[in-house]
Design a protein around this ligand. Sequence first.
Ligand SMILES: [Zn+2]
Length: 301
Amino acid sequence: MKRGAYKARAIILNSVDYSESDCILTFYTKEYGKMSGIAKGARRSRRRFVANIDPLCNSTLLFFHNGKSELVRVDDATLIDGFVMLKTDIERYSIGCYMLELASEMTREGHVLPDVYDLLRDFLGLLDTSDVMDSEADDALLRSFEIKLLSYLGYLPHLNGCVECSEPIVGTVGEVSDTVGTATLFFSSERGGAVCAPCGNAIGGLGVGGGAGWNSGQPFDLFSTADGRGSGGLQPVSTGTVKWLSTAARFDSMKIKRLKTSSVFLKEGERLLGDFIRHQIGRELKTKRFMYKLRGTATST
Ligand SMILES: [Zn+2]
């Protein structure tokens, strides 16, 4: 980036106090990707920035880049959307914070992906304008956000065919084809996608189902890395869930609420994507623990 003044639309991802008067910001811009900047005097005088540089804001930023430092100097911020409604509801707020942390953790500075800015803006907007508190609708938003983010970043798991033998996955969106012990499809984060039954059985997938899992009727630990998986790191999954995720990855964000879903797809999708994302990042995000704690669905913290 050349020395000079710039203007960009940005979703504020994080803000930390730097000194008595300054803040360090991380933000995702449409034009330049993820960036960090210092907002001088932001803590001492709120006049210039008001709350326009707080996390969960979409703002137009004016900043100066000196051509050397990775840290730009943020000089001004004008609010485009403060997502005010979602900030009045602690559960929605926690979902928004998780979206920010996930996007921040999975992106790097210098890699410009305008789709990631659009995705954050659209999904925070959807969260902000949802009129009813509905945990299934929130789950559908979360899974759609995760799979679309993975897709834009080039990390989309292989969902249209078996990662081992390339045999196409046969089935339609909406189909729940599997029951305990008769799984016809598996998923492996290590292998990067869906695994057909013959390949899964060859790897060792028939060992699955002994512990608590999505189809065992027992509660499971969302943060465990092992339960419900077979010796080959395989999780049984419905064909319908794999098809649903594959469709959600391509679905228009603003129409995502029209994508039909079911509690089975959401539950399975939660496990598959949770495991897959943890595999990519190497740890659990703290905002995820916070989000599940609020929603009362975590079995351990
Ligand atoms: Zn196969």
